[in-house]
Design a protein around this ligand. Structure first.
Ligand SMILES: C[S@@+](CC[C@H](N)C(=O)[O-])C[C@H]1O[C@@H](n2cnc3c(N)ncnc32)[C@H](O)[C@@H]1O
Length: 199
């Protein structure tokens, strides 16, 4: 099931809100340069390509919209980025299909207003290796932002943190994105290793 209020506006308008390279850097996407990444709801690939350029690992990005998946795969081919795999998938209904514990980083951007955020974060947890990171970015809880889900379903950072913790993640930090964008906040959490869970 497509998440509520998760349609995309015109691409140039959407891209105008972000310095996407700055955001993926701030949120530690592929900090080591070798990470495998899963992205939930890649849209136009706004953050897919900046992440893919930072890693020699594969970026698995999933979306429910066939045109967006085709667009991302076409652009990856055109730009010679052979580490981008865009998959057509309803990850709410079916999950990602990725093996347990196979990814280093999960990107969940502009999405946690969907109906079952903990369910999605549980899938992120499942596919991440122990020590793997989940980065969350979303529209600020502010009715004057030029876009974003309606306030009734728009989560605050603390709510995103609580959902991620309910899925098993350990909070690392709130990430100020002021250098990268005006209207968004970021958070970073980790899938604890078995050892640190026991501690
Ligand atoms: C608001 S957009 C955000 C796109 C991207 N993360 C970004 O920030 O640029 C949400 C995306 O999630 C996709 N989506 C929504 N529900 C989905 C589902 N159940 N399975 C796969 N993709 C989904 C939508 O098609 C859309 O492209």
């Amino acid at each position: 099931m497509k998440g509520r209020e998760s349609g995309m506006p015109d691409e140039a308008y959407w891209a105008s809100f972000y310095d996407a390279d700055c955001i993926v850097a701030k949120l530690d996407c592929a900090k080591a340069g070798t990470e495998s990444i899963v992205e939930f709801g890649g849209g136009y690939g706004t953050f897919t390509f900046p992440a893919a350029r930072r890693t020699s690992g594969t970026v698995h990005t999933f979306d429910i919209e066939p045109e967006l998946v085709a667009l991302v795969n076409r652009r990856a081919k055109e730009s010679g980025l052979n580490n981008v795999h865009a998959g057509l998938r309803d990850f709410v209904a079916e999950g990602t299909g990725l093996p347990d514990g196979s990814m280093d980083h999960a990107m969940v951007f502009n999405l946690l207003h969907l109906e079952n955020p903990v369910g999605l974060l549980l899938e992120a947890f499942r596919v991440l290796k122990p020590g793997g990171l989940v980065s969350i970015m979303h529209w600020k809880y502010d009715p004057t932002t030029p876009r974003g889900p309606s306030m009734a379903i728009r989560p605050k950072p603390g709510q995103c943190r609580a959902w991620a913790e309910a899925a098993g993640f350990r909070f690392l930090r709130d990430q100020d994105l002021v250098e990268c964008c005006q209207h968004h906040y970021g958070l970073l959490l980790v899938r604890p290793s078995a050892k640190s869970r026991a501690a």
